[in-house]
Design a protein around this ligand. Sequence first.
Ligand SMILES: NC(=O)c1ccc[n+]([C@@H]2O[C@H](COP(=O)([O-])OP(=O)(O)OC[C@H]3O[C@@H](n4cnc5c(N)ncnc54)[C@H](OP(=O)(O)O)[C@@H]3O)[C@@H](O)[C@H]2O)c1
Length: 336
Amino acid sequence: MERRTIGAAALGVGAIGLGCMPMSWAYSASEQSGEESLRTVHAALDRGMTLLDTADMYGPFTNELLIGRVLKERREDAFVSTKCGLLVGEQHIVANGRPGYVKRACDASLRRLQTDFIDLYQLHRADPEVPVEETWGAMAELVSEGKVRALGFSAVGARADHRNRPVTTGSGIHAATIRQLERVQGVFPVSGVQAELAVWSREALDSLLPWCVSHGVGFMAAMPLGNGYLTGTLTPGGGFETDDVRARHPRFTAEMMAANQPVVAGLRRVAERHGEVTPAQVALAWLLAQGREVVPLPGTKKERRVAENAAAADLALTPADMAELDALPAAQGSWE
Ligand SMILES: NC(=O)c1ccc[n+]([C@@H]2O[C@H](COP(=O)([O-])OP(=O)(O)OC[C@H]3O[C@@H](n4cnc5c(N)ncnc54)[C@H](OP(=O)(O)O)[C@@H]3O)[C@@H](O)[C@H]2O)c1
């Protein structure tokens, strides 16, 4: 697979990474199987999808434990990107950016991941009670201690929210993230930024991705498949299990899923022009074409998806394809 670099530290990764969240978090637990997840991670590494994106809050903790079982066997094949700063409580997710907490969280992640270093350590969300420079300073100390190779921001301007509602990006969020990025750059260089970017949610193209390009920072596209919608495999009105975030997600009501079908139709039209290509592959190829800083993180817990998602790196979209995809409507039904 083509290689791309993550930021100032110039760390090489496969152009497409693996979002590990669906293995342990956010989507229905009924389909989660530790054994299949392990096979999925191995299959991704075999295909050069080296960036494994996890977080201590996914599970919580079980996602890192799972990744740790793979890293124990093949640490040198993987680029581990994990996150700290969000705690899952009974009712709410809360941010904690206190320096002492961040240091302890890193040590705990290292133990769960069964490794002695993390390639990219990201602040999941900023803590409104702690100046972000203080949190970032503690993270920078982790780099000097050799526990972490590079630092990243994950949609830091976004707020922490109730566990049964999406915790993500949205309009106005990117401006807040950029203000915080500017503040921490003076403390220690940012290597990676992670935020939502997909063909139906392109807000990051206006300011956040250009900021990354101008500062030599890698951009990891979260939710690149629109939480599964852009693959064309979800049926409007099909419903979701109650523990699946999409059951309460404004974009996934039967009405909005029907209203957003023109986006899937557009992906399908482009896919059909390329022969044996799927809408998911077109959605990922569109992201790769946004610039060499972009590394999409398609999430899956299913081994059989890996070959399909990895092959998107070989799909060359034409200028006409790109124009058609750029003209598709934005998602109806916001996260907010
Ligand atoms: N920093 C943040 O705040 C933040 C927020 C959200 C996500 N993320 C990161 O971004 C990653 C990606 O986001 P995401 O996983 O929520 O959304 P996504 O990648 O847009 O979509 C994931 C969904 O698509 C399905 N899927 C994947 N490949 C498919 C294919 N080829 N055909 C059909 N269905 C397919 C998966 O189902 P199956 O599992 O059944 O295949 C899963 O339900 C996460 O895993 C996480 O690492 C970060």
